[in-house]
Design a protein around this ligand. Structure first.
Ligand SMILES: Cc1ncc(COP(=O)(O)O)c(C=O)c1O
Length: 399
């Protein structure tokens, strides 16, 4: 199993904290946003004498509620197109194990959510990366790049929309390009849409479930974790109109018996979350994004495309090696007794050598902490021993 690039530096962060340092955790997507009050009230007032299993596909009432939730996004889904899972993570594992045989290949635009590596490993599936470029803001790579990678073992493509770790939101046109290739080669198209609500500056999320002509090919991965800031509820969903996939995925579901009962109760309550909750959360994330991204781009040599969704960004830094830099930040650096924990971007690429100058940043902290974190990074980049000096014209063009 590959180690998670998000968590592997934890022992160094713990050491830094033992030394009395404040560590700003920009390395992990654990939001500090409150879970909706309707959820907390439901859990608090729960009256149950037995905490029983649910149906392996999840509570019927919850699945019906979810189908209604999707209709709010103009996604036409029946409750029996949904299997409730233990987080989006389990939906990914069920999906891969259902649709792929060991040795099959999946094409994924990189950088990608690093745990896809772990899920693919668990399922014996080979990840074939297609590289998205920071200069293009991590837009979908040209479709010819995908075509060049298709072999007789290729069974599918995974995208994340809006993207973790890039924050890129695929347009309708980009999804339609993918639809064409999926149709032509009869591939599965997995779309991880766990950040659907987090779209900024008036951008609208498009789901692959809205694509016409590939209903049997499309599988959506979903989760309550980020949507309602309830990562610990461990509830997600696999959504597809492909009955064979549903039948097979349910066998995996039956083997693990049931998704969490408490989590589903919380998930069902969350469906009553008022729109005002999301309006406030999105306003907060836009402000955080602006502090983070604008602050980073002001540091000489740093390039960070402005994301239109999720709450992550990939920044390119003037450094020799992001793994070394992130460890150095925790082990050796401090600015006014503070430091920053970042995720080296190398773990989000499958192509060796890619991401060496990049880090992933999650803007999940309050605004004051983000201002301090940017100040720390600016100081760190001035004194980091592995700093790469830029040629003057490079510095100007990147400014
Ligand atoms: C893109 C993406 N997919 C899936 C997950 C899995 O989340 P969970 O299992 O909590 O639903 C995460 C968590 O960070 C994620 O970022």
């Amino acid at each position: 199993m590959p180690s998670s690039p998000i968590r592997k530096l934890v022992p160094f962060a713990e050491e830094a904290k033992k030394k009395g340092r404040t560590v700003y955790h920009l390395n992990i997507g654990q939001p500090d946003i409150n879970t909706p009050q309707v959820v907390l009230n439901r859990i608090k007032n729960l009256k149950r004498s037995v905490i029983e299993y649910s149906h392996s596909a999840g509570f019927d009432s919850y699945r019906k509620g979810l189908a209604e939730y999707y209709s709010g996004f103009e996604i036409n889904i029946e409750h029996n197109n949904i299997i409730v899972t233990t987080g989006g993570s389990e939906a990914l594992i069920f999906g891969l194990q259902t649709c792929f045989n060991p040795g099959d290949e999946v094409i994924i635009p990189e950088p990608f959510y690093a745990n896809y590596n772990g899920f693919a490993t668990t399922s014996g599936v080979k990840v074939v990366p297609v590289t998205a470029k920071i200069e293009d803001g991590f837009a979908l790579p040209p479709i010819s790049d995908f075509k060049n990678l298709i072999t007789e073992r290729t069974k599918g493509i995974i995208i994340c929309n809006p993207g973790n770790p890039t924050g890129y939101l695929y347009s309708k046109e980009e999804l339609e390009t993918l639809r064409d290739i999926v149709k032509e080669h009869d591939l599965f198209l997995f779309s991880d849409e766990v950040y659907r609500e987090f779209c900024y500056d008036g951008a609208v999320p498009h789901s692959v479930l809205q694509l016409k002509g590939v209903e049997e090919n499309v599988i959506v991965i979903d989760s309550v974790s980020k949507r309602y800031s309830m990562c610990g509820a461990r509830v997600g969903a696999l959504v597809t109109k492909n009955q064979d996939v549903l039948d097979m995925a349910l066998k995996f579901g039956q083997a693990r018996l049931s998704p969490p009962t408490f989590g589903q109760i919380a998930g069902e309550a969350a469906l009553d979350t008022p729109q005002s909750y999301f309006d406030d959360v999105i306003e907060e994330y836009v402000e955080r994004r602006n502090i983070m991204i604008d602050g980073l781009n002001k540091i000489p040599g740093v390039i960070c495309p402005k994301p239109s969704g999720a709450f992550y960004a990939i920044a390119k830094l003037p450094i020799d090696n992001s793994d070394k830099f992130c460890q150095w930040l925790l082990e050796e650096f401090e600015y006014e007794n503070q430091t920053v924990m970042l995720a080296p971007a190398t773990g989000f690429y499958a192509t060796k050598g890619n991401g060496k100058q990049e880090v992933r940043i999650a803007y999940v902290l309050n605004k004051e902490s983000l201002v301090n974190a940017v100040a720390c990074l600016e100081q760190a980049l001035e004194i980091y021993p592995g700093k790469i000096e830029l040629a003057p014209n490079e510095a100007i063009s990147e400014g």
